[in-house]
Every structure is written in structure tokens, then in C-alpha cells.
Design a protein around this ligand. Structure first.
Ligand code: 1CP
Length: 356
């Protein structure tokens, strides 16, 4: 008997998620949600407890693949996103990174040239390959119609954690270092560009169908610094990825960039833009929709609330954006308080669009 590779039943181009990158406006649009794997799911909490530390989970290919698949089994999203974290990159480069229960990530901050000199891309390859092994397992284990998203943090956002040593509301440590010692800060960004290209390249070779670059703190910079620390490094990553993988779509998520998002798309060369919760729908419609693939931007807190209010906003998003290439998503990640049945209702409602 012939064995059938699940992937071969649905060649990559037949995955609905991929079709929007060929210019298709689909009714209903493809849907996935940022942080679709995570603490709001009881089955995630179970695996997370077994793993011990959060980084153990990220570096255990069997467990990381399992938690990636959990939301696909429940909701049948059009795309799975590799379970990992943007802070795997500084950890692999040699910075001390730990996740403190109830508090979030803590890193030994990089403040000077000596701190930076301790990091190297050479050290990182073993851990990067462990993550690539998760990607490989997923490509085998996912349904043929489900696209697989690889990702990394953008250099600016990753640097805010590396310099600050933890999350912050204003990214003051990194912004301060970038003004005080732009040469040192540029060296850190250069390392992160190289590391991101290496890391994403391994994910692509292992079977990722597309990539997302998370720039969660893009919105904390004035426009000239945005150009230097958000646009320029992202453009270098996109150019190097396109040179090696010309058909691999890249989604940029410049959270908080507001009216700068259009220039971001033009200048970085990303194929799609993730719109955050605060991006005005009228701005998305007039400056992005039809010019690039748009992804977003339902408020994650409206998903917690659920009900009619959520369904009405979904209808507005679809009516405004789905006539052009569009991927349904939230404007930021699912929060742990989200009732899993609200996610089911969201998917059901989006999938009813265009099928009436
Ligand atoms: O114990 C736990 O379960 C910790 C919670 C958690 C989870 C589920 C963290 C810690 N990271 C993740 C997974 C994760 N992180 C994914 C997996 C794939 C998916 O989306 O399902 C992804 C893509 C990320 C990306 C990530 N990590 C970003 C960018 C997106 C965003 O949310 O803005 C950022 C900023 C991080 C850092 C991070 N990791 C974890 C936390 C709590 C944070 C934020 C810390 C802070 O700013 O205070």
C-alpha cells in the first residue's frame, strides 16, 4: 500500500493561509490567533507543569510540538504558530534568561561592551537546532491544510529585554542606551540581525511555510529612531531571508506604529502587516488594505468579554477588510483569562462569513 504524506495531499499552495499571499481575498478569510497556545487552555497548563521551567518547554521538541497542536485540534485554525518565545534568541546567544512564575522574564542585562562580548552566534546553533526539530515534527504532525508559522522577535523588541533585563512599559533602558552609546547599540542590533536570519533560516529549512517578526515595542520610538532601530534592521532580515527563500511570506507586526505602519511595509519589504488593537480601522482601510496583506486586529479583551459585542466588531472588521487579502487575528496575544468557549465562538462566527 502506498503511504501518503499528509503534506502531499495539500500542497503548500492549497493551504488557505498561503493563498492570501497570492492576492486572494477569501470569504471567510484564514484565521489564527497570536498566543493561541497558552495558559487559557487547561491542556497547555498540564504540559507546562510537566515541563518544569518555561524554557524547558521551549527546548523540548515533543512537548513544544504538542502544545502547538493543542489549539489546532480544538479550533482547526488555518495556521499553527511554532511554540517558542522571542527570548530564546538571547538565551541561545549566551545571556542568562529565566522566566519567573507570575512575574515574567528576567535577564542579566547587557549594559556595556563587556556584556555584549559574552554573546556569540556560534554558541546559539545547538539551541536553534532544537527549535528547528520542533518545526520538523510539526510539519509531520499537522493536518495538510494547516500552514505552519515560524517566528522571531524583531531586533529592537528583543534588545529592549536584553538591555532592560525585564519587560517594561516604556523601554527606557534600551532607548537610553541607544542615545548614550549608539555604536554599542548598533553592534547589539547587528548581532540580533545575524542571529534572527540564522534562526529563521533553520525554521524555514525545517518546514515553516511563513514567518512572523514580532516588534511588540515598535511604538515606543520617535519617528527618526523608529527608522533606525525598527525599519532598518527588519529590512536587513527580510532582504537576507528573501535572498535564500524567495517564496516564503513574512508578516511584520510593528505594534504601536500607527501611521508609520505604511512606511514600515514599504521600506522593510514584508508581505503582510499585523495590525495591533489600537490601530484605527479607518487607517487600516485607507492606508494598508489592498496595498499589502492585512492581519488583525480584534481586541483580545473583547474576546474575553465575548457575546454580541464581540460578534458585532468581528462583522465590522470583516465588512471593512475581507474584500482584500486579509488574515483574521487579534490585535495582540490571547490573555490567560480568555474562556476557551469564546475562542470557539469567534472561529465559528468568522467562518460563517461569506457562507450565508
Ligand atoms: O508560563 C507560561 O506559560 C508563560 C507565558 C508565555 C507563553 C505562552 C510566555 C512568556 N511566552 C509564551 C509563548 C509565546 N511568546 C509565543 C508562542 C506561540 C503562540 O503565539 O501561541 C510567542 C509567539 C511569543 C512571543 C513573545 N514573547 C512576544 C511577542 C508577542 C507579544 O506578546 O507582544 C514577547 C514580547 C514575548 C516575551 C514574553 N514571553 C513571556 C512573557 C510573559 C513575555 C512578555 C513579558 C513582558 O513584556 O513583561
Amino acid at each position: 500500500m502506498r503511504t501518503v504524506d499528509k503534506g502531499s495531499i495539500h500542497p503548500r499552495s492549497q493551504r488557505r493561509m498561503m493563498q492570501v499571499f497570492d492576492g486572494a481575498a477569501l470569504g471567510p478569510p484564514p484565521i489564527w490567533l497570536m498566543r493561541q497556545a497558552g495558559r487559557y487552555l487547561p491542556e497547555y497548563r498540564e504540559v507546562r507543569a510537566k515541563a518544569g521551567s518555561f524554557l524547558n518547554l521551549c527546548y523540548n521538541p515533543a512537548m513544544a510540538a504538542e502544545v502547538t497542536l493543542q489549539p489546532i485540534r480544538r479550533y482547526g485554525f488555518d495556521a499553527a504558530i511554532l511554540f517558542s518565545d522571542i527570548l530564546v534568541v538571547p538565551d541561545a546567544l549566551g545571556q542568562n534568561v529565566r522566566f519567573v512564575e507570575g512575574e515574567g522574564p528576567r535577564l542579566d542585562p547587557i549594559r556595556d561592551a563587556a556584556g555584549l562580548a559574552n554573546l556569540s552566534l556560534r554558541k546559539a546553533t545547538t539551541k536553534f537546532d532544537t527549535v528547528a526539530e520542533t518545526v520538523q515534527r510539526l510539519r509531520q504532525g499537522l493536518p495538510g491544510e494547516t500552514a505552519l508559522i515560524g517566528f522571531c522577535g524583531a531586533p529592537w523588541t528583543v534588545a529592549t529585554y536584553m538591555v532592560g533585563g525585564q519587560g517594561s512599559s516604556d523601554q527606557a533602558a534600551a532607548r537610553g542606551l541607544a542615545y548614550r552609546d549608539p555604536t554599542l547599540f548598533q553592534s547589539l542590533m547587528d548581532l540580533l540581525v545575524d542571529a534572527s536570519v540564522d534562526y529563521l533560516g533553520r525554521q524555514a529549512r525545517a518546514g515553516a511555510d511563513l514567518l512572523q517578526i514580532f516588534d511588540s515595542w515598535a511604538g515606543s520610538l520617535p519617528d527618526d529612531e523608529f527608522e533606525t532601530w525598527v525599519v532598518a534592521p527588519t529590512r536587513r532580515i527580510v532582504a537576507q531571508m528573501k535572498a535564500q527563500f524567495p517564496d516564503l511570506p513574512i508578516i511584520g507586526f510593528p505594534r504601536g506604529s500607527g501611521p508609520l505602519a505604511f512606511n514600515y511595509v514599504q521600506e522593510t519589504g514584508v508581505d503582510a502587516v499585523g495590525c495591533d488593537t489600537a490601530m484605527p480601522l479607518e487607517l487600516i482601510r485607507s492606508s494598508l488594505s489592498g496595498k499589502t496583506v492585512v492581519q488583525g486586529n480584534l481586541d483580545p479583551l473583547l474576546l474575553v468579554a465575548g457575546g454580541d459585542r464581540m460578534r458585532r466588531r468581528i462583522d465590522t472588521l470583516l465588512a471593512t477588510l475581507a474584500a482584500n487579502p486579509y488574515i483574521f487575528n487579534l490585535g495582540h496575544g490571547i490573555v490567560p483569562e480568555t474562556p476557551p468557549e469564546h475562542v470557539a465562538e469567534l472561529v465559528r462566527h468568522v467562518r460563517s462569513y461569506g457562507r450565508a
